[in-house]
Design a binder for this molecule. Structure first.
Ligand SMILES: Cc1ncc(COP(=O)(O)O)c(C=O)c1O
Length: 386
């Protein structure tokens, strides 16, 4: 036996930090407690009741009468689920890219053998209906459009309802990555005519990472009938057949289902409109706080996200250095940028289980760090103490 076995795991024993990254997000005590429930037979009556209730609640949050399905997985797996179930090798698709996640989604399409056309928008700007219409006009043969509802990397929300209308006019499928939007921002799957939505448990769903959630509309099911990609684990038909019996094709991640059930119950109790309104308020509060510190938003303010705020660090301060100082001096974990914009912005997450005090603390910490480093204009945010 290695001498290391039995040694305390210092990494796991560190004090919990105040987690203000844009996911994974803090998990409420009710959800953590639910995860402590004992295991149950995964083909038994209790599981069937639990899973049926989860799917019904999740349909409500997606505002859909269509199918919602889950797999053990993450958001990235959702990209693959969409591609291999709705399309065929060589199919022309349009990927609307305005940040790192849109770029990765497009990359999955390329690696899986689609003919990916790109609508590249400068990072920090939105994909607008006009831009999308023009790109579709230049690529009339595309069968599907990949959209990112909330581009977490640039802290920007695209005007999804209007974009989906353009996609539908074109007769293509609207495939939507709603990883940092679902459960926090208005997302009316049926009313807006979205064909496929994917998200992951670790964001606004207030759960630990590890559960992929997808919503599938009727046109997506038609496309699925025609799709010729090989697939096994991620097969939508198999998942739907199991779900009809209240089950999943393989052993479900039971603790995550307990968590998701508890989190959905909390959202239901708060009321979906209230959940959306809370995120809107917290987005406004954070943007006001950032402005009060004399800092500039990274994304176009007209499209600034209500689940994550991105701001440019002051001249000469790399984002990662500011994030490090806030962690070291205040125990608060913020996000730097990612991909090629890693040092261009700092991100404060505010999705899921989050309220005003945590955000005031985070803004206060940013202000204190900047003042201590002699940066002009770093006034206390919203009058809150540093
Ligand atoms: C918009 C968006 N899409 C996709 C992903 C990838 O999700 P995951 O890391 O769960 O695979 C993320 C993760 O943060 C995201 O924010």
């Amino acid at each position: 036996m290695s001498a290391d076995v039995g040694r305390p795991l210092t990494g796991l024993m560190a004090d919990p930090t105040d987690l203000r990254i844009p996911g994974p997000t803090p998990v409420p005590p009710e959800v953590l407690a639910a995860m402590g429930r004992p295991m149950i037979p995964h083909r038994g009556a209790a599981l069937k009741d639990l899973y049926r209730e989860i799917l019904a609640l999740a349909r409500t949050v997606h505002r859909t009468d269509g199918d919602v399905l889950t797999w053990p997985g993450t958001g990235s797996a959702g990209w693959e689920v969409a591609i291999v179930n709705l399309l065929s090798p060589g199919d022309p698709v349009l990927a609307a890219v305005c940040g790192d996640f849109g770029d990765r989604f497009a990359g999955y399409g390329e690696r899986l053998g689609l003919d990916v056309r790109r609508l590249d928008v400068p990072w920090g700007e939105a994909v607008t209906p006009d831009r999308l219409r023009a790109a579709l006009g230049a690529n009339p043969e595309v069968r599907a459009v990949f959209l990112t509802h909330n581009e977490t990397s640039t802290a920007l929300t695209n005007p999804l309802r209007d974009l989906v209308a353009v996609v539908r006019d074109h007769g293509a499928l609207a495939i939507v990555d709603a990883v940092s939007a679902a459960g926090a921002l208005p997302l009316l799957v049926d009313e807006w005519g979205i064909d496929f939505v994917l998200s992951g448990s670790q964001k606004a769903w207030m759960c630990p990472p590890g559960l992929l959630i997808v919503a599938v509309g009727p046109r997506a099911w038609d496309a699925h009938e025609r799709s010729r990609f090989p697939r096994a684990f991620w097969d939508l038909t198999v998942a739907r057949q199991s779900a009809a019996e209240g089950m999943t094709p393989s052993t479900p991640p039971l603790s995550l289902l307990y968590a998701f059930h508890a989190a959905l119950g909390m959202m239901h109790a708060e009321g979906l409109d209230a959940v959306w309104a809370r995120h809107r308020r917290l987005g406004e509060l954070t943007r006001r706080g950032v402005a009060a510190l004399g800092l500039e938003l990274y994304p176009d303010p007209a499209f600034a996200s209500d689940t994550v705020t991105g701001f440019r660090p002051p001249e000469g301060v790399p984002a990662r250095e500011l994030v490090r100082a806030v962690r070291a001096e205040h125990g608060i974990e913020l996000g730097a940028g990612q991909g090629r914009i890693v040092d261009d912005l700092v991100r404060i997450g505010h999705m899921g289980w989050v309220h005003e005090p945590e955000l005031r603390r985070a803004l206060g910490a940013v202000g204190a760090v900047l003042r201590a480093s002699g940066v002009d204009g770093a006034r206390p945010a919203n009058g809150s103490p540093a």
